[in-house]
Write a new protein. Structure first.
Length: 231
């Protein structure tokens, strides 16, 4: 997924907002305090963040994605199994979080019915960033299923991590491994279905139904991790 660089003024507002998020959440009060603390013109700040603190919460999530991608690029993954690469990417994404309470408040914000589409898009974007950084070359329906599955895994990991008070988040590490193992078992079941003479016809029929599904063309808009190119 293409990550657009954060506007320096947006970055400045985000840094100024974080100390207030623990007390006021991603709210109008936090946005106003961030603008004042950063010494910015309110009209200009509103032009950068039309939805106020919501846009700051989105920027905070995307900053974490960018830090994770950079850390993955610098990591030596050559001796890792692929499942371990995915688990490592998830751990790096958690390590990129500088303020646990900001994530907790963001989870509450994006759980609201009218904010759920934004929250789903952010989680999808994280999954897409991980797969892309790991060199995924899928061009068919697998492009979608990989990201859908990882979105579910990452969402579950974040919720578990928010309540984890174990030493050095050891319980979260174990939880990540269990979720990745679940995914691997699911992939094995799919492979077995294609190999088993009894289930092969159903797997083949499903393959034919999804054969026309193609991965979306890569575009430059960071808001759209998966889109179709106009003909």
């Amino acid at each position: 997924m293409m990550q657009a660089p954060i506007d320096p003024m947006l970055d400045q507002m985000l840094d100024a907002a974080l100390p207030h998020v623990a007390f006021d959440g991603w709210s109008q009060a936090t946005f106003d305090a961030a603008v004042a603390d950063a010494g910015l013109d309110p009209a200009h700040a509103r032009a950068i963040c039309p939805r106020g603190a919501v846009d700051l919460a989105i920027a905070y999530h995307r900053r974490g994605d960018a830090l994770m991608v950079a850390a993955l690029g610098a990591a030596d993954l050559r001796d890792m199994r692929f499942r371990d690469k995915v688990a490592h990417a998830i751990r790096l994404r958690l390590q990129a979080i500088t303020d646990k309470e900001a994530v907790r408040r963001g989870t509450t914000l994006f759980a609201l019915p009218h904010m759920a589409p934004d929250g789903a898009k952010l989680i999808w974007g994280t999954a897409d960033a991980i797969w892309t950084a790991l060199g995924d070359t899928s061009l068919d329906v697998n492009w979608y299923t990989k990201r859908l599955t990882l979105s579910g895994v990452y969402s579950a990991v974040v919720l578990f991590w928010l309540g984890d008070d174990s030493l050095d988040a050891q319980a979260t590490d174990a939880f990540i491994d269990r979720r990745i193992d679940d995914v691997m078992r699911f992939e094995k079941l799919k492979a077995d279905a294609r190999a088993n003479p009894l289930t092969r016809p159903f797997a083949t029929a499903l393959g034919r139904l999804t054969a026309h599904v193609k991965a979306p063309a890569r575009m430059q808009d960071p808001d759209l991790p998966g889109v179709w190119r106009n003909p």
